[in-house]
Design a protein around this ligand. Structure first.
Ligand SMILES: [Zn+2]
Length: 190
C-alpha cells in the first residue's frame, strides 16, 4: 500500500508511510470510508466530451450548467488547473482542457492536444472571449502564443491571466487569492 500511495503526485515514500500508518490506526472509520470513495469513483468518473473535465457526468456539471456564461471560454492545460480556477469561483464562464502543453522536449505537438476541439467550439459561435489560462512556465507561454495565433482567425477577444502569477507558477499550486487576482485583472494578448 505504501508503494502504491508513494506513486501519487506530491506524495513521496515518507508521506505515503505516514498516510498508511494514519489509515491503519483508523481502520474502521477513515480506511473504510476511503475504500468506499475510491470504489465509487472508479466506476463513475468520465471525461467530458465537450471540455475535457473529469466528472461523474458527460457533459460535466460545468458544461451542463445553464447559469454559466457561454460567451467566455477559459482554456487550461490540465483538469487540475480547471479545478483550481473553479475553486476560486471568480470565473463564471465555461472551460476547455487542452490535456497538456506544447513541448519540443517531450515531443508534445499541437495535434496531441485538444486544440482542434477548441477551435471547433469557437467556430460554432457564441463565444466572445477566450481566456488563455496557461501556466506561467516557458512551455505554458509558448502554448498560449500558439493558441493566440490560431484564434486570430475568429472574431473573439483573446485575453490571458494577469501576471501577478509568479514566473514558473503552476495554477494548481497557487492560493485562491492570487488566482482570483490573475483572473480579475486578465488582459488582452499583445
Ligand atoms: Zn464539460
Amino acid at each position: 500500500m505504501t508503494a502504491a500511495l508513494s506513486r501519487l503526485p506530491g506524495l513521496g515514500p515518507r508521506s505515503a508511510r505516514r498516510a498508511v500508518l494514519w489509515l491503519i490506526k483508523r481502520r474502521e472509520t477513515a480506511l473504510v470510508q476511503l475504500l468506499d470513495a475510491l470504489g465509487a469513483v472508479q466506476g463513475a468518473l468520465v471525461e467530458c466530451e465537450v471540455c475535457g473535465n473529469i466528472d461523474t457526468h458527460d457533459p460535466c456539471a460545468i458544461c451542463a450548467d445553464p447559469r454559466r456564461d457561454m460567451r467566455a471560454l477559459c482554456v487550461v492545460e490540465e483538469v487540475a488547473d480547471l479545478w483550481a480556477l473553479d475553486r476560486a469561483r471568480l470565473f463564471t464562464g465555461k472551460y476547455h482542457v487542452l490535456g497538456g502543453r506544447l513541448s519540443a522536449l517531450d515531443g508534445v505537438r499541437p495535434e496531441d492536444l485538444a486544440i482542434d476541439r477548441l477551435l471547433a467550439r469557437v467556430e460554432q459561435g457564441g463565444v466572445d472571449e477566450v481566456v488563455l489560462a496557461m501556466n506561467a512556465t516557458l512551455e505554458g507561454q509558448t502554448t498560449a502564443h500558439y493558441l493566440a495565433e490560431r484564434l486570430e482567425a475568429f472574431p473573439v477577444r483573446i485575453t490571458q491571466l494577469a501576471h501577478g502569477l509568479p514566473v514558473g507558477g503552476e495554477l494548481d499550486y497557487l492560493d485562491e487569492g492570487t488566482l482570483a487576482q490573475a483572473i480579475r485583472a486578465r488582459r488582452p494578448v499583445a
